[in-house]
Write a protein that binds this ligand. Structure first.
Ligand SMILES: CC(C)(COP(=O)(O)OP(=O)(O)OC[C@H]1O[C@@H](n2cnc3c(N)ncnc32)[C@H](O)[C@@H]1OP(=O)(O)O)[C@@H](O)C(=O)NCCC(=O)NCCS
Length: 229
């Protein structure tokens, strides 16, 4: 008698993946509408980074504890401003490696800078990145940094949840992943709070501060995100 094999976990996943259909990243995407209609969360406005955010950004960009796990060199204020200007100019997502930076504007928290008109806007306390790893395969990377004085309040989680929603709903990503130093436990905990799965650890992938460091990859698929909401 012919026995039918039980479907494996991989068979089940292949069925679900097929049901998701082929990749269809919604590109080119131009950030201009987000200036007028930014993303909003309970406590923050998430809008494209602006050159005028440079002073607020420098407040976290200059701190060694922030630089420990992100691939930013130490910068003086002038270099910091140039870096913010460069990232603020990333306004279109069309090709692999294109990125968009969302400033995390904490409503009611005064900025460290004063505008030419003498007004203090709300403060940029961190930023969230979305980068295209592959247009062809609808793959995006998410990244985050928050000023230490504003960590431990769930703000990274609140902002990253909204950026994930944007990645899946507006850009139609199939999978979003985060790449982090394996020792970055705060970042790994955030990935897990977001419902991301640890996909793997890459041994001795980078050399920083005189040591080989392992990297971790976390990921979440569109259908996992939809189920996690
Ligand atoms: C990674 C990083 C963004 C995480 O920030 P975070 O503030 O710890 O993350 P969350 O927003 O998820 O906040 C979680 C903490 O807030 C607490 N919290 C307080 N109020 C909360 C709320 N309303 N909702 C959720 N959590 C809340 C949680 O209990 C948790 O505290 P714990 O760390 O003591 O367990 C931050 O560590 C960082 O910017 N690091 C430096 C840059 C960096 O390494 N970037 C990543 C490169 S891959």
């Amino acid at each position: 008698m012919h026995e039918t094999a039980e479907p494996t976990v991989d068979d089940e996943r292949a069925k679900l993946a097929a049901a998701d259909g082929p990749p269809a990243l919604a590109v080119p995407f131009d950030a201009t509408p987000l200036d007028a209609t930014p993303l909003r969360t309970e406590r923050m406005v998430l809008r494209p980074l602006l050159p005028s955010d440079a002073d607020d950004v420098y407040e976290y960009q200059r701190l060694p504890e922030v630089l420990r796990f992100i691939p930013w060199p130490e910068r003086d204020r002038v270099e910091g401003r140039q870096h913010t200007e460069k990232r603020a100019a990333w306004r279109t997502i069309a090709d692999d490696d294109d990125a968009l930076i969302f400033a995390m504007v904490l409503v009611g928290e005064p900025s460290v800078s004063i505008s030419r008109e003498g007004a203090k806007g709300d403060r940029v306390i961190g930023d969230l990145m979305l980068r295209v790893s592959s247009v062809e395969h609808a793959q995006l990377e998410i990244g985050w940094v928050v000023h230490p004085a504003f960590q431990g309040r769930g703000l990274a989680l609140e902002g990253a949840r909204e950026v994930l929603r944007f990645a899946f709903e507006s850009l139609r990503a199939h999978r979003v992943h985060a790449l982090l130093a394996a020792r970055n436990l705060a970042s790994a905990a955030l990935c897990e709070r977001l419902g991301m799965r640890r996909e793997g650890t890459m041994l001795e992938e980078e050399y920083h501060y005189g040591e080989w460091e392992d990297s971790a990859v976390y990921g979440i698929l569109r259908r996992e995100w939809a189920a996690y909401l």
